[in-house]
Design a protein. Structure first.
Length: 164
């Protein structure tokens, strides 16, 4: 059943994201989302583990994927470092080959060979009912997306857009 998309959050697969997902990074174990106003994308998701720096963790429940090789309803953590932190950025922790959301893992999501000019994206999608979904857009499938979605994803390497 098709769901109406109300907002989309994306991260283009750069070298750091590729290395994290393929266990090639010695230090980065997360998908970096940078400094943005993501609070509104995750509206309604309860804050957990609030820190003295104003940081917190969101446990984002992802709806099941019912396509080939289905994925059951699961959750991922999204972390805000805090307004008083030095970095003030957002990330999705524990995104390695064996711990990443299944649709983002190498071979299913991330490619096993990094191509700098590929249009590959990790997506978090909020539907019109406020439920979250996660997907990976492969380079070969990018041109099949509606032109307005291609334009949004090509705005920047990472961001989010309200589609209402």
């Amino acid at each position: 059943m098709l769901k109406r998309v109300s907002a989309i959050l994306w991260r283009k697969c750069n070298k750091a994201t590729f290395d994290s997902l393929n266990d090639l990074s010695a230090g980065q174990y997360d998908i970096r989302l940078t400094k943005r106003d993501y609070e509104n994308f995750f509206l309604g998701v309860a804050m957990e583990d609030v820190t003295e720096l104003g940081g917190y963790t969101l446990k984002v429940v992802l709806e099941p994927f019912t396509g080939p090789s289905p994925v059951e309803r699961t959750s991922i953590k999204v972390r805000f470092m805090g307004e008083s932190s030095g970095r003030k950025d957002w990330n999705i922790p524990s995104q390695r080959k064996g711990t990443a959301y299944p649709l983002w893992r190498p071979g299913r999501g991330a490619s096993k060979v990094f191509k700098n000019d590929a249009n590959e994206f990790m997506l978090l999608i909020r539907d019109a009912n406020g439920k979250f979904h996660a997907r990976w857009i492969h380079h070969a499938d990018f041109s099949a997306l509606p032109q307005d979605i291609q334009n949004i994803l090509n705005q920047s390497e990472v961001g989010w857009e309200n589609l209402n």
